[in-house]
Structures are given as structure tokens and as C-alpha cells.
Design a protein around this ligand. Sequence first.
Ligand code: NAD
Ligand code: TYD
Length: 354
Amino acid sequence: MTTYLTTGCAGFIGTTFVHYMLSRYTDIRIINLDALTYAGNLENLKDLEDDPRHIFVHGNICDKELVAKLIADYDPDYIINFAAESHVDRSIANPEIFVTTNVMGTVNLLQRAKEAWYDAGQKTWKSGKKYVQVSTDEVYGALGAEGFFTETTPINPHSPYSSSKASADHFVKAFHDTYGMPVNITRCSNNYGHFQFPEKLIPLMINNAKNHKQLPVYGDGMQIRDWLYVEDHCKAIDMVATAGRVGEVYNIGGHNERPNIFIVKTIIHQLSERLHDPEINEGLIKHVEDRLGHDRRYGIDPSKIKADLGWYPETTFEVGIVKTIDWYLDNQEWMERVTSGEYQKYYAEMYKNR
Ligand code: NAD
Ligand code: TYD
């Protein structure tokens, strides 16, 4: 039996990873450590309540005793760190928690894993162990009109979020370079799909459009993101964990670049057609004040992961966006629950001066 200690898997990507892995493999178990911040939602994993292969632990990745105990009790083969503060806008408003979770939390996981897996006298590591850091293309900074991020593109983050992720990546690399820790880092482009919290672009626009609310497009809306369907990302993480060359970084993306305004218009037209609702139209778009330090373009060159592991993104944007919109329409109660209470306060605060 293979044991995974995963973190942050009550959030968007982690939820999909747990479902993906448990539907694909029988002989595994996943210990899922999550602090259940605003972004974590156990409802996403409700269908696994009676599945003994999924063990949820409510706790913080910064908790030294807890992380040490989980590693001692379950002896995981893999530690995969998804847990993070993940929203750029929140990082601009309040950077400190990004350092605590994304940097200190990562170092705590690395240090506890090292204590359990490393024989300092022999300078050897227990065999079959690996630490995987789920990172982001945002650590590379922004691109102009030409070129793509490769694994050798210099790290040049701009936002507090991407700076904290870049710092965490450097610590992962340091544990590999200094102690020989078996690690991989994955750097992924923007994900979309089911269970994404509606403060990120796609679910926010779906929710607002459905409710005939304004669609706040930052600046001219010509910022470009390289959109990846979340299940394709999870497949890549599985492949990197089991077959990635130790110490390597893998970029994950798919030449699927779209300007934000294109995404918003696609959502409007798909929703209007599906709901037969002419009030969902481009008149809802409102160009609002731009995000501070807004990165203009991200674009990934995924040729290394294709060459090494045979991974490629299987879901085209045209297919993925329709699946995503349909999921949100079929799960309106989920959306209503996550957008009640705190979300309303967040929305009022974040968009009031825009
Ligand atoms: P998310 O915000 O939806 O979920 C984060 C999860 O981490 C939540 O369940 C939250 O409760 C948990 N968490 C936060 N702080 C914690 C702590 N201190 N201890 C334990 N758990 C904690 O994020 P996501 O979109 O699922 O992203 C997952 C990872 O992928 C992150 O590391 C993010 O940087 C990275 N990533 C995301 C994207 C994207 O488009 N969403 C793209 C590239 C990389
Ligand atoms: P987001 O989903 O926050 O992801 P990231 O900042 O990691 O790329 O934003 C995606 C893009 O959409 C980004 O260029 C900012 C833009 N955006 C808007 O124009 N309006 C919004 O209300 C939001 C949340 C994002």
C-alpha cells in the first residue's frame, strides 16, 4: 500500500487530486492535513466519508508536533504540499499570512520530513520517499508578448503571493541541494474546474453572471493566463510524484492562453444560452481599477514534462469550460453555501473601491 500525506486537499486542486487518486488506485491511502481556512471545504470530500483510504486531519502545516506525529504514525511514502494561501488579491491586502503558511509551513514540512527520513550519520535517505511541492508559474514573473516560461527561466516574482511561493520553492531546492532530499517542484499555470472557490476569476464570473451582477474586469482585460483543466493538473502531479526525476522542476501547462476578457465573454455566452436568459449579456461587464502590479502574461512551455513523463493536457479549453459551467449550474446549492456569510464581507471589501 502506498501512503500519501497531502496538505490542503480540502481546497480546489487538492479536492480533485484526492478524487482522482482514489478513483484510479485501490491500494493507496491519503492522509489529508488541512486547516480549513475560508478556502477549505470538507463538503467537497463528503462522498469519501466512509472510504477508509481517505483520512482527514484538521490541522495546520505550521504545527511542528502534529506534522511530526503524522509522519511517525503513518510513515508516508510521499508528502505532497498543496496547502497555501493562494489568492493574489488577498496577498496584496494582507501579505503576512502568505509568509506564515506558504514559507514557514513549507519549511516545517521539509524539516519534519528530514527528521523522519534522513540518517545524518550515514548521510542517507530512507528509500522510496519523496517530497513534492505544488508551486506556480507566477514565480517566474510576467512575460511580454513573446516566449514562454521554461524550468530555467529566472525566478522573478512580483506579487506577495508569488514571492512567498518562490521563497518556498527555494527552500525545497535548498533541502535537495544541501541534504540530498528527494524532492520535485511542479509549477503550474492557472487551473479551472469544479470546486474552485468563487473569488477566482472563472467561478466568480459564473456566479455573478448567473445572478445578473456586474462582472468586474480588472483594467483592460487583456491580461493573458494559460488555463489548465484541474484534472489534467492532478494527473501531472501523480506522474511527477511517481516517475519525476529526483530534484527536478516540472512546468505544467498547455499552450492554452486566453485574455481575461475572452474568458468572461465565453462565460456570458455559454450561460446565456444554457439558461435561455438574455439578461446575461456583455452589458454586465464593468472595467474596474486594475490589480496593483498586475502580471500581464503567463505562458508555460510544457515540453520537459512531455518528454520525461509523457504528460500533456488532455482537456481542451472549449471542452473544459463547458464542463465547468455545467458543474456550477448543477451545484448551485454548493455555490450558495460558500458565498453566504464571510464571502459577502470579502466581496464588499475587495470590490468597494474598484
Ligand atoms: P485553495 O486556496 O483553493 O486551497 C488551499 C487549501 O489549503 C485550503 O483547503 C486551505 O484550507 C488549506 N490551507 C491554507 N492554509 C493552510 C495551513 N496553514 N495549513 C493547512 N492547510 C491550509 O488553493 P488551490 O487553488 O487548490 O491551490 C493549491 C496549490 O496549488 C497552492 O499551493 C497554489 O499555490 C498552487 N497553484 C494553484 C493554481 C490555481 O490556479 N489555483 C495554479 C498554480 C499553482
Ligand atoms: P485569479 O483567478 O485571481 O488568478 P491569478 O491572479 O492567479 O492569475 O485571476 C485571473 C485573472 O483574472 C487575473 O489576471 C486577474 C483577473 N481578474 C479580474 O479581471 N477580475 C476579477 O474579479 C478577478 C478575481 C480576477
